[in-house]
Write a protein that binds this ligand. Structure first.
Ligand code: HEM
Length: 378
């Protein structure tokens, strides 16, 4: 569940390490908190597209990959962030809280009605963030079968050239169909308001596609994975879960600590140097790739005393789980609210929740690790 032990070794003795990715591409690994924090907001680095920094020999043949928000840069990216600032603000998110809680209650009541043992991932951690994201963005939940498998393929670390291409084509045509439908029949959702922004020239159509794709591949999966990892961490040592049952005021602090402690983003942010940059006396050449490892930075003793302990009431907690800089997670307030609401609802519905003892199943081929199933009883 935790980050690999090699991270501690790298932080101590080789904070900027030359590595080769599983696809054979050279890159630099950065593992100390201060370095990762600085690099994420350093404008001498960009987030490259797959064509700027091919992950493997076949990448060039694959043609333009998924252009998500992470690959947009400069004024186009700034315009899109501005168009999204209000709907993702703390205020807008606070207003959504009762609706989020109602969704969580409905799903958990269904689990309770079916009786133990149950799988929390398929019953709650998957549908909850997906329902929230679909409603916010304007994606019909009933159409999820159209994009879920393709999004997983597009994110997958070990897909073939053909599978990757087919998934990209499918996601792209799905966002095109969504935009067309919103243009014909606008609703009160995010895509409708972006189409409007697009028609009055505030953002361009490619940026709206990039946002749609970001949502399809990242607007719910991270939350699902985080909730599953968090429940496992709390239930593996049930005193932790029971402590939260007895003290709900602790939930927001516990959520921040779980975000720090659990490696959802295990080195998947890729940066590329625009110019030569010296770090720890070594030169990163223009064009080279750098991987700031958030999961390693979040366990750095220099920033977090007792960094390898899960301290549910940790006070100062400037973790980097949502990144930093111009591309920091725009969904951070929403994610925090979903995590708190989801956890509170779980504690309320199941104060005596326990793991069944059946080991969780894991996704083996992903750069991000989380249980695919989590059997519980109560
Ligand atoms: C526990 C849940 C989540 C975690 C840990 C997480 C983490 C991250 C991280 C690390 C980044 C990249 C930051 C960087 O490069 O500096 C990111 C970007 C992003 N996230 Fe999240 N995220 C979560 C949930 C969400 C949700 C719920 C949404 C929206 C519904 C969302 C939307 C986005 C978008 C659109 C970006 C790209 C922003 C940009 O390029 O400007 N995320 N997220």
């Amino acid at each position: 569940m935790g980050p690999p032990p090699q991270y501690a070794l790298l932080r101590r003795s080789c904070p900027l390490a030359r590595v080769t990715t599983p696809f054979g591409a050279p890159a630099w690994y950065v593992t100390r908190y201060d370095d990762v924090r600085k690099l994420l907001a350093d404008d001498r680095f960009i987030r490259p597209t797959i064509n700027d920094w091919p992950l493997d020999a076949d990448a060039a043949a694959r043609g333009p990959g998924l252009v998500t928000m992470m690959e947009l840069d400069g004024p186009r990216h700034a315009a899109l962030r501005q168009a999204l600032a209000k709907p993702f603000s703390i205020r807008a998110t606070r207003r959504r809280r009762p609706a989020l809680r109602a969704t969580a209650d409905r799903l958990l009541a269904q689990i309770a009605a079916n009786g133990p043992p149950r799988d929390l991932v398929s019953g709650f951690f998957e549908p909850f963030p997906l329902l929230v994201m679909c409603e916010l963005v304007g994606i019909p939940y009933a159409e999820r079968a159209t994009f879920l498998a393709a999004a997983d393929t597009a994110l997958g670390a070990l897909v073939t050239l053909e599978e990757g291409r087919a998934a990209t084509r499918l996601l792209r045509s799905y966002t095109a169909s969504l935009l067309e439908r919103r243009r014909r029949a606008p609703g009160g959702d995010l895509l409708s308001s972006l189409v409007e922004d697009c028609d009055r020239g505030a953002v361009d159509e490619e940026s709206v596609h990039a946002f749609g794709l970001s949502m399809l591949v990242a607007g719910y999966r991270t939350t699902t994975m985080f909730l599953a990892n968090a429940a496992l961490a709390l239930l593996t040592e049930p005193d932790r879960y029971d402590r939260l049952v007895g003290d709900r005021a602790l939930v927001p602090t516990a959520v921040e600590e779980l975000l720090r402690f659990l490696p959802v983003q295990n080195g998947v942010i890729v940066l590329q140097a625009r110019q030569d940059v010296t770090v720890h006396g070594r030169t990163i050449r223009a064009g080279e790739a750098v991987l700031p490892v958030v999961a390693a930075a979040n366990r750095d003793e220099r920033a977090f005393p007792e960094a390898d302990r899960l301290v549910l009431d940790r006070q100062a907690n400037p973790h980097l789980a949502f990144g930093r800089g111009p591309h920091n997670c725009i969904g951070a307030h929403l994610a925090r609210t979903q995590l708190s609401v989801g956890l509170e609802a779980l504690l309320d519905h199941f104060p005596r929740l326990r793991l069944t003892g059946q080991p969780p199943t894991w996704e083996d081929h992903s750069p991000v690790r989380s249980p695919l199933t989590l059997q519980v009883t109560w």
